[in-house]
Design a protein around this ligand. Sequence first.
Ligand code: SF4
Length: 336
Amino acid sequence: LAQWLQLQDEMRCFFMIADWHALTNNYRDTSSIPENIRQQTLDWLAVGLDPSKATIFVQSAVKEHAELSLLLGMFTPVGLMERCTGWKEANERGDDVLRTYGFLGYPCLQTADILMYQAHVVPVGKDQQEHVEKAQDIAQKVNFLYGTETNPVFRVPEWQLGTAPMLPGNDGRKMSKSYDNCIYITEDAATVEQKVSIMVTDPARVRRHDPGNPEKCSVWEYHKVFTDKKHHDWIWKGCTTAGIGCRDCKKLLAERSTRSSSPCASDARRWRRQTSTGGVCWRPATRTRACARGNDDPCARSSTSTRSNHHDRHRGGDADRRRPQLPVQPDGGRLL
Ligand code: SF4
């Protein structure tokens, strides 16, 4: 989110709430999706995403994402999707619930989310980098089949990694709503403290006097983000010599993370009182659809780019930023 804030001031941005993606692994119980859309919108507003600078929209309000995903599916080898980490992990776990066409194909839908807006850059966490690589592969294939060197169908996007490391959930696994192991930006101090208190630590520190290794501890990963360098030295020395206990270490983390997030929590409360989140995330769909349909130049700064967070790097109106011509069918219609 820190890099999104910077990007919204530098280029035209689309920030997308990926409710269709939520269906790919939560299709059996969809009851929480409306509230999650609302909460995600509030979180984004609370950290400072500004609807007057960037377009915040809900994926399912722009049906063109489904249409483009269907068409891209024609060019997408099954093997490319099967090599995605999420699919491989679900198979290794023997998770039959996720052995669906939708879950296998979600990187294709993500590719549509990105290519739709001719995005130059997609700000992602490390775990999402492979999906931008898939988008690059698919874009290049479509360009090879239907474009020319000077007039490609799709811009081949780049990824941009944030400086923060990927944080684990408080149970040490990948952070995920479905594992119920997340610490949320807008949570109050008592909840953050309780969640931090049960975080998984270095298993070697069974007793207070056992020395540990911060590199084997998820609490340390959080300290890297929320705590200053002076305290890093204190934690590292205290942990490796058993000079501090995990409880001391977690107490400091709870304080520091709450200090960072409490302005967000109070902003979220203010937004909740003042704003209908629907007006923020559903209403821009008309304008976003115009971009998706090619009736509005997604690169023009006058309107504004995406979980799939796609950004156009330029602001001006040079030829490079003009939407490429799509292949034309014999009857004059567009193939894509
Ligand atoms: S002292 Fe801190 S870094 Fe070391 S194992 Fe305990 S919680 Fe982790």
